[in-house]
Design a protein around this ligand. Structure first.
Ligand code: IVH
Length: 656
């Protein structure tokens, strides 16, 4: 091997150079060197690190991919909630917003991806968290570290503490390439860039994230000694090689905002990423703070949303899909059609009534529409393009899944074979295991479908009798993956009442209604015995929901399934609140290990280290020669762990 003759200083400079080129390439989309020159810089870094393994820092670009798959994501509470934005849809809404905020403003793009908060401590990326429910999110640091557009280390003039929030996105062209790769390897394709970004970050194997062409754009920064204007903060981030939301401008009037909006709307189709509007913000941070927040959103910012995108497509066929409640939904198969940078092949017609009202025929040219995350829909046929090749659609008389006779119910047609219809059974189990239900990680739709087809499961409770051996009979399922799924099924037994209720799939009981009911009844037994009068006393529960609940709990097979689930070890925590598992600790004094190592080891046992102490701090970790934090902890009655040995601290914490 040729020796690189590098000094430690050269090594550090090389890292800075590579990170700068990552910014030009991924952040600005304007590479300054060719791919081969970039590759040779990386090669030089790898060679140097082989010669000097003692120099390797975890902030080196070579360390982005290394982490092992996680068992699950840790929950982390945001310092400040990650709120969402109120929406404006027209000029009037904007005028109204401007009349309440008469200060200088900025306009920028509203990127359609996944919101992430990146926390830098001592200029190093410490952790990255998803928005989650706005109060707490998931620790996705090992996935975020694989994004070359997020620096692992900031320059010397960056503050000690910096929180950067922004959006992880995937370029439209990269999504196309990713989807063809997914198809070739027999994997599920992503329906839009937002799903691809979220799906890549919210999975447990960093190597998967590393292979996905994700990018990050910051839209806010908080920390010490930052400029007092939002516009200047974004510029400052660029100087630190952090990409920011493109096309930020200062504006001074509602007309100016309209002109910006119209211009961006025109450029939208040719932009490399998906945007769903523009964001208008009050520029000065002190003015933002003075405006404050409503329960959900800042008063100093608003999203000016774009209208849904539409395109012309041709209907090839109509597929009748059987849902978990037996409702049959007509779905149009289309000639592949681009709508706002995404190829659409299926669009819903919602129900039989809509299909007939819109008078859609096979081979019709139709207008299709997609907006954000909503399933694309067929809006209307283009009657002027209709010809003799267009043929009427005949709604089915029998269920496409079980063959039983269908019934018309208002705007729906429904299969009444609730207990035996294979597609209804499959749908119920998929719903049971889904994110807001038992949240069984790794047990996706496709696996459940095969398990049902092979007769291994017929009802949700059968999931708890599955064995590793049975799962390994599935295509492409090794014993390791099967073991993980069985473990996830076991873990899912510890659940909460809202999740349990949602998972049962009672008609009209979504996640919010499930939460509301849990708050009032606290246990499944109390809810089972609730009268229609007591249900209708709850504000937010109407007579229809009440009737569905009474109907559901009056059927013996449902009661038996609930009893069976509980006898299988399903443990419903009576409390409707999800447990907050993150604890915070503050450190003071000297220890036998470096601060970085202590912070890393504490993170592994679910303890997040914070720099400032408050009544809410769970522990003060106190080494030799503590500072003023010790006095403060005593004053605030924060429990103190005294030791300068990391091993001893970990033992004390784990037994506390
Ligand atoms: S500011 C407190 N700026 O839109 C306000 N958000 O609907 C924080 N988003 O969750 C948001 N581009 O993920 C802001 N330039 C931008 C944005 C942006 C996309 C997302 C963000 C947020 C959602 C709100």
């Amino acid at each position: 091997m040729k020796s690189s003759n590098m000094t430690l200083k050269d090594y550090k400079n090389l890292i800075t150079t590579i990170e700068a080129h990552n910014f030009y390439y991924y952040g600005l989309d304007q590479p300054r060197i060719s791919d081969s020159v970039y590759d040779s810089l990386m090669q030089k870094l790898i060679t140097t690190e082989k010669e000097h393994p003692e120099w390797i820092t975890k902030h080196s670009p070579t360390q982005r991919i290394g982490d092992k798959p996680l068992e699950q994501f840790k929950k982390i509470k945001h310092g400040e909630p990650m709120r969402s934005l109120d929406n404006a849809f027209n000029e009037k809404d904007i005028n109204n917003f401007c009349s309440k905020n008469q200060n200088a403003m900025t306009c920028e793009l509203k990127l359609d991806g996944l919101a992430i908060s990146c926390i830098y401590k001592n200029k190093k990326l410490e952790y990255a968290v998803t928005r989650g429910d706005g109060v707490q999110g998931e620790d996705v640091t090992s996935n975020i570290k694989t994004l070359s557009s997020i620096p692992l280390q900031l320059p010397d003039d960056a503050p000690e503490h910096l929180e950067i929030r922004g959006e992880v996105v995937i370029f439209k062209k990269d999504l196309e390439a990713l989807n063809s790769k997914q198809k070739q390897s027999g994997n599920k394709t992503f329906s839009n860039p937002r799903n691809a970004a979220a799906g890549s970050i919210r999975q447990l194997d960093p190597k998967v994230a590393a292979a996905r062409p994700l990018r990050f754009y910051a839209y806010s920064a908080h920390g010490d000694h930052l400029p007092g204007s939002h516009y200047e903060r974004l510029q400052q981030l660029n100087k630190w090689h952090i990409p920011t939301t493109p096309k930020v401008v200062k504006v001074s009037s509602p007309d100016h905002i309209q002109a910006y909006y119209q211009q961006v709307l025109q450029e939208r189709a040719t932009m490399p990423f998906e945007i769903d509007g523009v964001v208008i913000k009050v520029d000065l941070i002190q003015h933002q703070e003075a405006s404050g927040y409503t329960a959900k959103a800042p008063r100093w910012a608003i999203a000016y949303k774009f209208p849904a995108e539409e395109a012309q497509a041709r209907v090839i066929a109509i597929d009748w899909q059987v849902g978990r409640t037996g409702v049959i939904t007509p779905v149009a198969t289309l000639e592949p059609t681009q709508v706002g940078g995404v190829v659409i092949q299926h669009a819903t017609l919602h129900n039989i009534h809509e299909l007939q009202r819109k008078d859609i025929k096979i081979n019709d040219a139709v207008i299709i529409r997609r907006a954000g995350d909503v399933i694309p829909e067929v809006v209307k046929p283009i009657i002027s393009l209709r010809n003799e090749t267009c043929i009427d659609i005949k709604p089915p008389n029998t269920c496409p899944s079980c063959g039983s006779t269908l019934q018309r119910e208002h705007i729906f047609i429904r299969c009444m074979n609730t207990t035996k219809c294979p597609k209804q059974i499959e749908g119920r189990i998929i719903h049971f295991a889904s994110k807001h239900g038992f949240n069984i990680l790794g047990l996706g739709q496709q696996i459940i479908q095969i398990l049902c087809q092979q007769g291994l499961i017929q009802k949700p409770s059968d999931l708890f009798n599955l064995s590793v051996q049975q799962l390994t009979t599935l295509p492409r399922m090794g014993s390791k993956s099967a073991g993980k799924i069985i473990l996830a099924i076991e873990k899912s037994k510890y659940t909460t009442l809202p999740r349990f209720l949602y998972a049962l799939g009672i008609t009209e009981i979504g996640k919010d209604t499930a939460k509301l009911l849990s708050k009032h009844y606290h246990s499944i037994t109390k809810l089972q015995n609730a009268s229609i009068e007591s249900l209708s006393d709850i504000s937010g529960i109407g007579p229809i929901v009440g009737k569905h609940l009474i109907d559901y709990f009056s059927q013996s097979e449902n009661i038996n399934e609930i009893k069976y689930l509980i006898s299988q070890g399903v443990n419903i925590q009576e409390e409707s609140k999800e447990p907050d598992t993150t604890h915070t600790a503050v450190i003071t004094g000297k220890f036998d290990k470096s601060r970085d190592e202590i912070i890393e080891q504490l993170a592994k046992i679910g303890i997040h280290v914070s720099s400032s102490i408050s009544r809410k701090t769970h522990y003060l970790i106190c080494g030799q020669e503590p500072g003023s934090k010790y006095d403060k902890a005593v004053k605030l009655k924060v429990p103190i762990i005294r030791s300068n040995s990391l091993t001893e601290i970990l033992t004390k914490l784990q037994s506390s």
